[in-house]
Design a protein around this ligand. Structure first.
Ligand code: GLC
Ligand code: CA
Length: 546
């Protein structure tokens, strides 16, 4: 569907989260690269996505897979050159695919020359670019995020004999945003990539930019002021570009990141995601309806970004202790699957490779209010490898075929940056793009159809939502509406067939058109509308007055 006038593009984006290193290795060195990603763009076009979000690809010691940046103005040599990136960007744009890149504002690698200078002496002009202290007692109310590896948010620097502040790994010192020179330089970095033509940024770890004594150092007004300033510059110099916030916070704390429509365009809905998994496990709509009711309205130009999985652990931070225990018991019985406050597994493995549940979850991802983001490999049901450390188990090479290295690379298998998934259920001989292309009913082809159907209406991207509350709690039903367009969505969250009576009286006289098969269902009358659904089945209906 063509975009209406003034409708921002990101409201109708279908985002595909890709990692250069994991996608396709064009030169046989065992590591994915930009020419490789470029070669695979048509695959993404076929899938129907229209936006790529790239994980960090900058020079880096890769101790946090590139979230530890050592140079913001270049490309990691394993992934290609800046020229390769530019070529890729042109190819993507030629295919009408927008490119969002990652921007890590909060911290750098300890290998970054800025930090090397900063630590070199207390008098160095860059000393104040990071947060230094003679004691490790300051800001003690700030929680530790990487609980499994870090004991403190302070680390001792033997070179300059003082402590530096870090919210993530100790090799990721936080930049000092109270220093105007830092703020200016970060804008220069963003400008560099915007001028090259990128369409937006996922801004990593934004709640933590500023520290203040006596607070938990998250979501501070000073942090919001800095983000708003970046947005102001963006609007002035690069209208039409987009900022997406990674702020893993409760709805009430997330809301300020949209401000009055003058801070972020989009933010991930972190609290919703685990509750979708809870809803299907409990076979109860309540976790989902409750969190969406608690979600405040956002300005009309703003948009939620929805996701089921990403490159990190499935975070359980935005849950109560009881909910978290429930999620761990349900989805991560093996302790090796747990990491920090989360679960390091992929979508297909979390859902026991149950095609019906995978479809249901993706159906909700595509029909609840927001812009969906799909994590690479989940469209074919790739598995994970919990024997790899940290979050690397969900970042294994993309499985293109059943052939050599799953079609990812011509290198010797020992040379790959990470081993392919090999197990009999999820391994590349069983789960790969080539074989799924050949079978009409494969998950890959089904995902393509789902995306295509989503794109037939703008109601999913920018319509309102109204929940129906049928007596049967196992059914999650809602109407998405934009102008005259009305879509009724009915999800069966349970493992058994269900009947449901929906009160559709206000739509009396409409017929229901099932959106995948385009078949007509009976007209809505005065009586409760009866539907039956198989286990984990869902329906999308267009309501039409004919
Ligand atoms: C974000 C990223 C995560 C990274 C962390 C530190 O949370 O999603 O992968 O480790 O920031 O940069
Ligand atoms: Ca390569």
């Amino acid at each position: 569907m063509p975009l209406e006038k003034d409708e921002p593009w990101y409201k109708h984006a279908i985002i595909y989260q890709a990692h250069v290193r994991t996608f396709y290795d064009s030169n046989g060195d065992g590591i994915g690269d930009f020419p490789g990603l470029d070669e695979k763009l048509d695959y993404l076009v076929d899938l129907g996505i229209n936006t790529i979000w790239l994980m960090p690809f900058f020079p880096s010691p890769l101790r946090d897979d590139g979230y530890d940046i050592a140079d913001y103005y270049s490309v990691h040599s394993s992934y290609g050159t800046l020229e390769d990136f530019k070529k890729f960007l042109v190819s993507a744009h030629e295919r009408r695919i927008r490119v969002i890149i990652e921007m890590v504002l909060n911290h750098t690698s300890d290998q970054h020359p800025w930090f090397q200078e900063s630590r070199s002496s207390q008098e160095n002009p860059r000393r104040d670019w990071y947060v230094w202290s003679s004691t490790d007692a300051r800001y003690h109310e700030a929680r530790i995020i990487f609980l499994d590896t870090e004991m403190s948010n302070w680390a001792w620097d033997p070179v300059s004999k003082s402590y530096y502040w870090h919210r993530f790994f100790s090799h990721q010192p936080d930049l000092n945003y109270d220093n105007p020179a830092v703020r200016e330089e970060i804008w220069n970095v963003m400008k560099f990539w915007l001028e090259m033509g990128v369409d937006g940024f996922r801004l990593d770890a934004v709640p933590y930019l500023v520290e203040r004594e006596g607070t938990n150092c998250e979501n501070l007004p000073e942090t919001h002021a800095i983000l708003k300033e970046l947005r102001r510059k963006l609007d002035e110099q690069f209208p039409g570009k987009m900022l997406l916030a990674e702020a893993n916070q409760w709805p009430a704390d997330l809301r300020p990141y949209f401000a009055d429509g003058d801070e972020f365009h989009m933010a991930f809905h972190f609290p919703l995601m685990p509750r979708m998994f809870m809803g299907v496990k409990l076979e109860d709509r309540k976790p989902i309806t409750e969190i969406l009711q608690q979600t405040p309205e956002i300005p009309p130009s703003c948009q939620w970004c929805l996701f089921l999985r990403n490159h990190d652990e499935l975070t359980l931070e935005m849950l109560t202790d009881i909910e978290r225990d429930y999620m761990n018991d349900s989805y991560a019985q093996d302790k090796a699957m747990r990491l920090n406050l989360g679960i390091r597994r992929r979508l297909a493995t979390l859902l026991d490779n149950d095609r019906r549940r995978i479809e249901l979850m993706n159906g909700m991802l595509m029909s609840l209010p927001g812009t969906p983001s799909i994590y690479y490999g989940d469209e074919i049901g790739m598995g994970d490898n919990i024997n790899l450390g940290d979050r690397n188990g969900v970042r294994t090479p993309m499985q293109w075929s059943g052939g050599w290295n799953g079609g990812f690379s011509a290198a010797d298998p020992e040379k790959l940056y990470a081993p392919l998934i090999q197990d009999p259920v999820y391994g590349f001989p069983a789960v790969n793009v080539l074989s799924q292309k050949r079978t009409q009913h494969s998950l890959l082809n089904w995902m393509g159809r789902l995306i295509a159907v989503r794109k037939t209406t703008h109601a999913f991207g920018s319509g309102s939502i109204e929940f129906l509350y049928p007596g049967n709690q196992r059914i999650l039903a809602y109407v998405r509406q934009l102008g005259d367009e009305k879509i009724l969505v009915v999800n069966n969250l349970s493992n058994a067939a269900q009947a449901v009576e929906l009160d559709l009286r206000r739509y009396k006289g409409n017929i229901l058109i099932e959106m995948f098969g385009k078949n007509i269902f009976p007209r809505v009358g005065e009586l409760p509308y009866l539907l039956t659904l198989g286990p984990y089945q869902f329906y999308w209906f267009r309501l039409r007055r004919i």
